[in-house]
Design a protein around this ligand. Structure first.
Ligand SMILES: [Zn+2]
Ligand SMILES: [Zn+2]
Length: 269
């Protein structure tokens, strides 16, 4: 088996203010769908100027841990509940991120990169947003350059943030209508995989890519490279609604686990 689909290792809740459902709703949904484990990966961001808050503050994380412990007591014998964090890298505030990470015991630290500040702008830009305002700004600035920036930031971040897993590797600019991956982006992806291997961390296979491009984040080609490099893979749905737990895991298993030991022989996906 190449990937274990009995655990959903990446879910959010309404605590981040852009997802729906309480932590308990997700636990109940995970049990109803027969999952053995669910890992909450709430958003942590630092030093981001944005028109709305889409991440947790420290007091929200206090609640998160208290509620997580309460749920473990109630449901822990039926489903394993893990309390993780999805850290958004910020090259101008990583010292604070490191401090905040050190303050608590996380079951899983995921690394991602969502926000960048363009020269001349007061507010950050969300590179993964589906809001038209963000999409237009990205389009106006240039998707090629911003995608390069997205990968560069992750390449730096892997050596700085003590992560267990790199989240949704090629999801940057995922909502741009005219996104083109160029050869130099693929070179960056290879460099990033080398950094992931060197850091000894896992690669997330994030099924939120399926509705958009019939492939996970990262795409299968990259996943097969990671398999060749012996980088461990972990499945996550990135659910922002309780009913999305484990979405497309069956498809993922069909396409990865059915490919056996020799991914290169797998039919074109
Ligand atoms: Zn989110
Ligand atoms: Zn994310």
């Amino acid at each position: 088996m190449i990937i274990d689909i009995s655990a959903d290792n990446h879910v959010h809740t309404s605590l981040c203010r852009h997802a729906t459902g309480t932590m308990e709703d997700y636990v109940i949904s995970a049990m109803a769908k027969g999952f053995k484990k669910i890992t909450f990966m709430e958003h942590m961001e630092e030093g981001i100027d944005y028109f709305e808050r889409t991440w947790l503050r420290e007091e929200d994380f206090d609640y998160y841990f208290a509620e997580g412990e309460r749920l473990k007591e109630i449901y822990g014998d039926k489903v394993t509940i893990a309390l993780g964090v999805e850290v958004g890298f910020n090259p101008h505030a990583y010292d604070m991120l490191l401090k905040r990470l050190q303050k608590r015991t996380w079951d899983q630290i995921g690394l991602s990169y969502h926000f960048c500040k363009l020269p001349g702008f007061d507010l950050h830009l969300n590179l993964l947003s589906r809001k038209k305002k963000n999409i237009d700004l990205i389009e106006g600035y240039g998707t090629d350059e911003l995608l390069c920036h997205y990968f560069d930031m992750l390449i730096s971040a892997v050596s700085i943030i003590p992560a267990d897993i790199l989240c949704h590797l090629d999801a940057g600019l995922r909502n741009q209508p005219n996104l083109q991956f160029m050869p130099h982006h693929y070179e960056q992806i290879e460099r990033l995989l080398e950094k992931v291997k060197l850091a000894g961390i896992m690669l997330e296979v994030n099924t939120s890519g399926f509705p958009q491009r019939h492939e996970p984040f990262p795409r299968f080609e990259t996943i097969f490279k990671a398999i060749d490099m012996n980088i461990p893979l972990l499945a996550g749905s990135d659910a922002h609604k309780p009913e999305d737990i484990g979405r497309f895991f069956d498809k993922l298993s069909e396409q990865l686990n059915a490919s056996g030991d020799s991914p290169c022989d797998h039919p074109v996906l």
